[in-house]
Ligand binder design. Structure first.
Ligand code: G6P
Length: 623
């Protein structure tokens, strides 16, 4: 949802700004721009002025436009956009300027009261040049700058108090050539300093080359970055404060492709490591108990839980659906899984005995954050399950469980999904253990099988020829259906979403038993509609085989994900992708891997940008 970067230091700003924008491009990529303070000779004496370059399209287009242009200066801001107000165009690209052209603003978020503010500013004589909500901020700062007698920090503070909505802002003023003022509300912003300057950005990958000591500020706090590396922090009342500093464990190499053609393939390949890290130290073989030291709930509180809500969006929602089946099955607690945007406007039944698990890879999805707030207000205990240490959700929930996926850059989530499912599996087992519904030896047996999962995924990744063949056979299709039963069906929901996201091939997933009640009409014998069937070992495998027969009888091209050694499936399916045997409850973790690869291969065949699919953004910080 838009990425912003800011730099002030002893060296040129542009290389950092462009590198940062490339690293933030997963947040939005329909236009990009930079503004740098540089010196202009005006009537002899050099005077600081802003140099602004903006382009519609990706950061690469901006870089091309900048080559051969003189954009020198040691203080600047940059932006990569995911359009909300106004079409993607050069005119609507950030940074936006005030009337004087001396103030530049880069913004991530939505200013909800912008029409009201704009009307007033127009009455005061300000001229607008874009369709964006952001432009009001530049003009408001201009107005307040005049009223605060040229105190930029105070002008921004007063401006922030007038804004409602979500924003992360980086503000530059030609009259203050070595500072950038930044602030945020409900949108992410990270800051840091290094020997030669101070920097800020929407996300850590943009900073990591310069520093791994990161500061997060709270809503409406303000920070002033100085060229000598100092950062001053002020709360909304203007009082200075000293923030906490978080050390980032992962390195720059982990945010690079490392020889892979795209981040999606790299991240799929990292999944064995991710699962190893996620399960590490969770089980004590001596006492045969699962450990969740992060969970503050007493035995009594755990016993009293009468309902669990899982709230999430997108891929995280699908992880929640799998979590529901496992928790209900093992711990016998009713679980409702709700899309966060529905949960917050519904009327959820929450009491002090309700547990809410909010899942968010990024920890900054606006709808999920709102759902967390609503749940807390209603008195529920909220557990956040996230991949980003220090992210917004970790500040809002009472309990935080970190998945160990490390930074995920491809817009389509893969390794974070597997990590979420793995952690939810452990949580389901833990609840069952604490409620005395599973014994130590039973849990030990299941956990023992979980320890096999990384090796099993390595085995799948080692030979992907069958997946590639199946993908090649389907890449001309116009629609694809996915079917499964139980956790196999939920695995399919995610498989279909991956295919849609990266290849733009229309895909829908159904519970296999339901397909004959309508969706079967979509099967076109002449086109050989692809039907991807997850038919691993399970109590309903024979029913699945019967469903596959029904699909075949209507001319479907069946791609089966089946358990090694299942000879029967070969006679039924056009393509079989074999995966190692696991018990049914763990099968989403292995069966998801070929579905991720299937989606990626089709996307590559169709010439799609696998890492940055059209219209999407990795984290959605607006409603
Ligand atoms: C966006 C992304 C999806 C992601 C969803 C939820 O829509 O494109 O890939 O699953 O947000 O993100 P979260 O960070 O909350 O898991």
């Amino acid at each position: 949802m838009c990425g912003i970067v800011a730099f002030t230091g002893a060296t040129e700003a542009l290389p950092f700004l462009l590198d940062g924008l490339k690293r933030l491009e997963y947040r939005g990529y329909d236009s990009a721009g930079v503004a740098v303070v540089h010196s202009e000779a005006q009537g002899g004496a050099p005077k600081a002025a802003l140099k602004v370059v903006r382009r519609q399209g990706k950061v690469a287009t901006l870089i091309e436009a900048l080559s051969g242009t003189e954009v020198a200066g040691t203080c600047g801001i940059g932006h990569t956009r995911w359009a909300t107000h106004g079409v993607p165009s050069e005119q609507n690209a950030h940074p936006h300027l005030d009337c004087s052209g001396r103030i530049a603003v880069a913004h991530n978020g939505i200013i909800e009261n912008y029409t009201h503010l704009k009307d007033r500013l127009v009455e005061q004589g300000h001229c607008f040049t874009s369709q964006t909500d952001t432009e009001v901020i530049a003009h408001l700062v201009e107005q307040n700058y005049g009223e605060t007698e040229g105190d930029l920090t105070e002008a921004v503070r007063v401006t922030v108090a007038q804004l409602s909505g979500s924003f992360a802002l980086a503000i530059l003023h030609a009259g203050h050539p070595d500072i950038v003022v930044v602030t945020r509300n409900d949108s992410p912003l990270v800051l840091g300093s290094f020997e030669d300057g101070a920097i800020a950005a929407s996300d850590t990958p943009a900073l990591i080359e310069k520093t791994r000591d990161i500061v997060y500020i709270r809503d409406r706090d303000l920070a002033v970055l100085h060229g000598d590396g100092r950062i001053e922090y002020f709360d909304p009342a203007g009082e200075p404060f000293v923030p906490n500093v978080y050390h980032v464990e992962w390195s720059l190499e982990q945010a690079e492709k490392g020889g892979y053609p795209d981040f999606m393939l790299k991240e799929i390949s990292e999944q064995p490591r991710v699962i190893r890290d996620t399960i590490a130290d969770r089980f004590d073989d001596r006492t045969r108990t699962l450990r969740f030291p992060e969970l503050p709930l007493t035995d009594e509180e755990l016993a009293d839980i009468d309902r669990i809500y899982i709230v999430a969006c997108g891929t995280s929602y699908h992880a929640g659906l799998i979590g529901k089946e496992l928790i209900e099955n093992w711990a016998r607690i009713p679980v409702e899984v709700e899309v966060a945007s529905e949960f917050r406007y519904g009327n959820p039944i929450i009491s002090a005995d309700t547990l809410v698990i909010a899942i968010s890879q990024s920890g900054e999805t606006a709808d999920t954050l709102e759902a967390v707030r609503l749940a807390r207000q209603a008195g529920a205990h909220v557990i956040a399950l996230t991949n980003v240490v220090g992210s917004r959700i970790t500040q809002e929930a009472q309990t935080v469980l970190n998945i160990k996926a490390n930074i995920e850059i491809a817009v389509a989530a893969t390794k974070s999904f597997l990590a979420q499912v793995t952690l939810l599996t452990l949580l389901g087992l833990y609840f069952a253990q604490e409620r005395l519904l599973l014994t130590g030896p039973q849990i030990q047996e299941i956990f023992g099988e979980m320890r096999q999962l990384p090796g099993q995924i390595e085995h799948i990744l080692a030979d992907t020829a069958a997946i590639e063949r199946a993908a090649k056979a389907c890449c001309e299709a116009t629609t694809a259906l996915f079917i499964g039963r139980g956790v196999g069906a939920t695995t399919c929901y995610e498989g279909a979403l991956k295919l849609k996201e990266v290849s733009y091939l229309h895909a829908e997933a159904f519970s296999a038993g339901e397909i004959k009640h309508g969706p079967i009409a979509l099967i076109d014998a002449a086109a050989g509609t692809p039907v991807v069937a997850v038919v691993t070992q399970s109590a309903t495998r024979d029913k699945m085989l019967a469903n596959i027969e029904e699909m075949k009888a209507r001319g479907a091209r069946v791609i089966a994900v089946a358990t090694e050694g299942d000879g029967r499936i070969e006679k039924l399916a056009d393509h079989v992708i074999y995966i190692p045997p696991t018990r049914e409850c763990l099968s989403p973790i292995t069966a998801s891997v070929p579905l991720q690869l299937f989606a990626r291969y089709i996307a590559v065949e169709r010439g799609c940008d696998v890492d940055q699919p059209r219209n999407l953004a990795k984290s959605v910080t607006v409603e």
